[in-house]
Design a protein around this ligand. Structure first.
Ligand SMILES: NC(=O)C1=CN([C@@H]2O[C@H](COP(=O)(O)OP(=O)(O)OC[C@H]3O[C@@H](n4cnc5c(N)ncnc54)[C@H](O)[C@@H]3O)[C@@H](O)[C@H]2O)C=CC1
Ligand SMILES: O=C(O)[C@H]1O[C@H](OP(=O)(O)OP(=O)(O)OC[C@H]2O[C@@H](n3ccc(=O)[nH]c3=O)[C@H](O)[C@@H]2O)[C@H](O)[C@@H](O)[C@@H]1O
Length: 430
């Protein structure tokens, strides 16, 4: 079966390369010509470990190609994966304009049967709407099947996650379509959960919301730890030894960011309100996350007396390590607040760049960790790149003016930092 991927962002490119790796012929379509050109030349438009090698390999073997022309791409491929973005509307609901455009393109241009799988994260009942949009755009009726096939990969480990998924969720009504979907993934040896489309759609939101709940829970608990003088990391380590709880997603810090958790939680809350149901726990999850940064800035400001005129090194721009994605990155909100408080910022990230519109004479991105900390009063660690964990903190201290390190991700060894003469402040960390 030939596969068409519509939408060449993180999910689309990873999915396309994974299917190429599984032996299928893949075409990637995106209306963004620059993206298509760049991918066709073997250059990824974002940073993601392992994908560049796979892209080179499958371009050279002719297993994957990219196009900005939808007509031939839709006609030549029997299976279509929708991987377009579903960003937030002002009111928090999911913006379905790209999904709708893609559906209308398919309807308009298809000439024979298609199996269409939705990987984008979409609200319940979108599958049904998609069917209507496709039908309405068809010049004359042509049959198709629609299945919901949500994606669970994480940025930074996208390839591994997509090649070894914990589960493959398929929501569909037609058993033949489900059989074809299973055939596409057959080599992965992952368990399937087959259900109806709206259940599959909700599983995706419910999973992201549950992971975010774990994070906000420990972040709030860390505030208590700060007051009573125990280490949140010890608490979560002890908790995680209970296999019913596990160790995952219990790392306290400056809060969750990224292109999905904040957006999907808003979308789920909006969905609940449309169905006149309250998800009060999730509202609190969101609330705790939104207060995480002001909470820490308050503590840091108190420790430094004031940020006015202080030289501060910001380590890590991306919302997490191993990605250059800065969407909803906590570092950005921190930097904006510190600039308002008239601090001078030197910023470092191994890969990510400051957003183009973010400019100030008191803000400078530098190329090395040493340049960032040179002459600074304090360091704030915003994303836990390995380079920061493994840094020679004894040497870095000789470059700084002050000796304060605020570890927003709790990854440095507090005792060791104190031995080196730092004033170290983590999260719920003593
Ligand atoms: N980024 C992630 O780690 C994950 C994202 N998701 C979900 O997958 C979806 C895609 O996410 P990303 O890859 O991050 O999005 P993205 O924003 O990086 O990329 C979306 C792509 O879709 C293209 N596009 C827009 N309209 C189109 C159309 N009519 N036809 C074809 N392509 C079109 C855009 O040009 C863009 O290249 C979202 O719903 C997201 O919630 C799910 C799991 C993981
Ligand atoms: O729907 C999506 O887009 C994806 O969203 C998340 O993946 P991602 O946003 O790439 O990254 P995560 O590793 O989940 O981290 C999200 C945020 O939570 C923070 N986090 C994570 C774990 C933790 O213990 N503590 C914590 O603060 C991270 O620093 C980051 O800011 C989910 O983990 C994926 O399963 C899902 O497919």
């Amino acid at each position: 079966m030939n596969i068409l991927i519509m939408g060449l962002g993180y999910v689309g490119v990873t999915t396309g390369l994974v299917f190429a790796e599984l032996g299928w012929k893949v075409t990637g379509y995106d209306p963004d010509r620059q993206k298509v050109e760049s991918l066709s030349q073997g250059a990824l438009t974002f940073y993601e470990p392992g994908l560049d090698t796979l892209l080179d390999k499958h371009l050279a073997a002719g297993n994957i190609r990219f196009t900005a022309k939808p007509g031939i791409a839709i006609r030549e491929n029997r299976v279509i994966f929708l991987c377009v973005g579903t960003p937030s509307n002002e009111d928090g609901s999911a913006n379905l304009q790209y999904i709708r455009q893609a559906a209308e393109n398919i309807g308009k241009l298809m000439r024979e049967y298609k199996l269409i799988a939705v990987k984008s994260t979409v609200p319940v009942e979108t599958n049904q709407k998609l069917a209507q949009w496709i039908q309405a755009a068809q010049p004359s009726p042509v049959s198709f099947d629609l299945v919901s096939n949500p994606e669970f990969l994480r940025e930074g480990s996208a390839l591994q996650d997509a090649l070894h998924p914990d589960r493959i969720i398929i929501g569909g009504h037609n058993s033949l379509a489900i059989k074809q979907m299973k055939a596409l993934y057959a080599q992965l040896n992952s368990p399937y959960f087959i259900t109806e489309p709206k259940t599959a759609e909700l599983i995706k939101y419910a999973s992201n919301a549950f992971l975010a709940t774990k994070i906000s829970y420990v972040n709030e608990l860390a505030r208590l730890c700060d007051k009573i003088g125990v280490n949140i990391s010890d608490v979560t380590e002890g908790m995680g030894m209970d296999r019913r709880i596990g160790h995952h997603f219990l790392k306290a810090g400056i809060g969750y960011g990224g292109s999905c958790f904040p957006k999907d939680i808003h979308a789920l809350l909006h969905m609940a309100s449309e169905y006149e149901t309250s998800l009060s726990i999730l509202e609190q999850v969101n609330q705790v996350n939104q207060t995480q940064i002001p909470h820490f800035i308050g503590i840091w400001e108190h420790k430094l007396s004031s940020f006015f005129g202080k030289k501060v090194a910001i380590l890590g721009i991306s919302f997490k390590p191993e990605t250059d994605d800065i969407r909803e990155a906590p570092s950005i909100a921190i930097m904006k607040t510190l600039l308002d408080k008239e601090a001078e910022l030197k910023v470092h990230d191994p890969i990510a760049k400051l957003p183009a519109g973010m400019q100030s004479e008191r803000l400078q991105q530098v190329n090395t960790l040493e340049e960032a900390v040179y002459g600074c009063d304090a360091v704030i660690l915003c994303s836990e790149w390995e380079q920061y964990r493994a840094a020679d903190w004894a040497r870095l201290k000789t470059l700084m003016s002050g000796c304060t390190v605020f570890d927003g991700r709790n990854v440095l060894d507090g005792n060791r930092m104190a031995e080196l003469g730092y004033f170290y402040h983590g999260t719920g960390n003593h």
